[in-house]
Ligand binder design. Structure first.
Ligand code: GLN
Length: 509
């Protein structure tokens, strides 16, 4: 069986039938990483000891006939802004280069409790500021579909690791589009659920009122199962919500009778490539074919979302990043004559240019006299956008939009920050309103031949609607989710894992 092609269901079935062991899955995962990550550079750190130890626990439990978690034996990796005890959590910044997590984020802990095999930590834009993973202080990640192009961002490593067949599922975070846009660029499924579905505890904060954790996978079912493992109320994050929903429950229900919204203003927005619009129209036609009714809805204030985001986001980032003061946390530059100089030099040199830009912007926007002019109106705009979505969802069950105005761009192609910010024109309003949004591959684009995603948005806390629509739509496409980098069968590892501590059955991979 080909490791890279395995879904969570395949892994569960293969383990149950003793076709392979969790240990062999870990071996196959590191072999795939060894073969492909030199080209892709999705990983910042590998954690084979942790993965093989987890695999052994799964194999022992299975051999004893114990029931295992949803993610038992699933090779998984985490964005490098998620604390995992004993690993570096750098946020792809010099500022945190030597920081080793003394605790584990709830989303990571839940995945591990569900039996996932932690392969390592994934590259990202520095502190999640960006749309291309080019701002990482530790080198860029390459799009597995075209190594001259960006994987998107900020969770570029999370998307590329799945597209290159190195991890079965990964976690990313999304403040303005950072799960959905890289998923679209890399041709995989990426889901930002409603704000509050997944605990943010232990995820290094960017914009606390906007940040949300979510999964990447090759299929909608993989993403739903991963969300089942990580969702739920966490006393350590007061914004997290109790979840009675089983996200993977309604996937087969189809869309017959559902009302699907389309926003005319988005479909002829300026600066959007025709191939993106045509792929989005194709998705709408497919949904109609499957029995959904397409309804036009208006989001009159959505055009102001970008402006509101680039006020609220930097203000929250400025506040959150103040903890990296070189005293309690972070890079410390030697040779300062006093504390003021130490702060100044350490922060000036520990943070990259985009982080500095956001911090300076947030600091200015929150200063007295300026606050009333920008921050306060931005919050009012936020309320208007949120009410737009509430009104739209009185008419429809889900809304379809593009994810990104174009397919993956080349390294360095978008050099000015404002053009880069426009990458998120279709994703940002969803973070502003707090709703869930999923990126589903519907490409390749007719002009570029690169992956294209459509975004499926749902009412707040109706994330199962989104997954149901996504699953139905997914069945209309038979496009490859794995980029054609060299792949090999499971069980042909050349990487020597640490000593195996438990016997295992299987071996037929
Ligand atoms: N690209 C957006 C930004 O730079 C969103 C990033 C994110 O979602 N973390 O702010």
């Amino acid at each position: 069986m080909e490791y890279s092609a395995l879904s969570i269901v395949d892994i569960q079935a293969g383990l149950a039938a003793k076709i392979f062991s969790a240990y062999e899955l870990a071996e196959a995962a590191f072999a795939a990483i060894e073969a492909r990550d030199p080209q892709v550079h999705a990983f910042l750190e590998l954690t084979p000891e942790l993965a093989f130890a987890a695999a052994n626990r799964v194999d022992v439990a299975l051999a004893a006939g114990e029931s295992c978690g949803i993610l038992a034996g699933v090779p998984m990796a985490f964005k490098d802004n998620m604390n995992q005890m004993g690993t570096h959590t750098t946020c792809a910044s010099r500022m945190l280069e030597s920081y080793v997590s003394p605790f584990t984020a709830t989303c990571v802990a839940k995945a591990l409790e569900a039996g996932a095999l932690p392969l390592g930590k994934l590259n990202m834009d520095e502190f999640a500021f960006g749309s291309s993973t080019e701002t990482s202080a530790f080198g860029r990640t390459f799009n597995p579909w075209d190594l001259e192009r960006v994987p998107g961002g900020s969770s570029g490593g999370s998307a590329a690791a799945v597209a290159a067949g190195m991890a079965t599922v990964t976690l990313g975070s999304d403040t303005g589009g950072s799960i959905r846009q890289p998923a679209a660029f890399c041709g995989v499924v990426g889901f930002k659920p409603t704000y509050g579905v997944v605990s943010r505890y232990g995820v290094v904060a960017f914009g606390s009122s906007l940040d949300q954790v979510g999964p990447f996978g090759k299929t909608v079912a993989d993403v739903a199962a991963t969300l089942d493992a990580i969702a739920g109320r966490d006393p350590r994050d007061c914004t997290s919500q109790e979840s009675a929903t089983i996200f993977s429950a309604n996937l087969e229900q189809g869309v017959k009778g559902l009302r699907i919204g389309v926003v005319p203003a988005f479909m002829d927005a300026e600066g959007v490539d025709p191939e993106i619009i045509s792929a989005t129209k194709g998705a709408l036609a497919n949904l109609e074919q499957l029995g959904a009714q397409i309804v036009e809805v208006e989001l009159p204030n959505a055009a102001a979302a970008m402006a509101a985001y680039y006020v609220i986001g930097p203000c929250e980032a400025f506040s959150n990043l103040s903890r990296f003061d070189s005293v309690r946390y972070g890079y410390r530059e030697g040779g300062a004559r006093d504390l003021g100089e130490q702060y100044e030099q350490s922060r000036a040199h520990g943070f990259g240019p985009e982080a500095v830009r956001r911090i300076m912007l947030g600091s200015y926007l929150l200063s007295s006299g300026v606050y009333e002019t920008y921050y306060y109106p931005a919050q009012q705009v936020r309320t208007l956008i949120t009410s737009d979505y509430v009104r739209a969802f009185e008419q429809v069950d889900a809304i379809i939009t593009p994810v990104s105005p174009r397919t993956a761009f080349k390294f360095g192609e978008i050099a000015d920050p404002t053009s880069m910010y426009l990458s998120d024109m279709f994703t940002i309003s969803i973070n502003i309103a707090g709703n869930g949004g999923l990126s589903l591959p519907v490409g390749p684009g007719e002009k570029t031949g690169l992956p294209v995603g459509v975004q499926i948005i749902g009412p707040q806390f109706k994330d199962q609607n989104i997954l149901r629509v996504a699953s139905a739509l997914e069945s209309c496409y038979s496009i490859a989710r794995l980029a054609p980098l060299g792949t090999g069968p499971v069980g042909t590892s050349s990487a020597r894992p640490p000593e195996q501590t438990q016997p295992h059955e299987g071996g037929a991979l």
